[in-house]
Write a protein that binds this ligand. Sequence first.
Ligand code: HEC
Length: 108
Amino acid sequence: MKIIKVLLIILTIPLSIQNVAADYNAGQEKSQVCAGCHGADGNSQITMYPRLAGQHRDYLVYALEGYRSGDRKNAIMSGFAKGLSDQDIQDLSEYYSMQKGLKTLPKK
Ligand code: HEC
């Protein structure tokens, strides 16, 4: 019986991870709310709004979770992040991380 329980737990771990698997297309749709500031593909042309395009996926997740929990404080972003689910954060981060964007500038 114990072995069966252990096996069940091991077998369900990948399923629980998959529950928050990122969905690129959903991320694109959800990003419409963010486009006003961060640009349609995350390449904001306004310097007060950071570029999200091409940023590391893990960093975007970390930043959004920070705003949502209050660990990272910003009046504007906290408001937007509060309404995001774990799934939203995964989807949005997937979408922005796959856009052409952030790159190293050549040395002057
Ligand atoms: C009203 C303008 C506005 C909207 C809309 C907005 N943001 Fe932001 N966002 C900002 C500003 C300003 C910052 C910089 C905040 C700071 O200094 O921490 C920021 C920062 C961020 C960061 C951190 C970037 C970094 O390099 O650390 C992420 C990630 C982010 N926004 C994602 C989103 C997502 C996803 C949405 C849509 C759900 C969104 N934002 C909607 C204004 C906005």
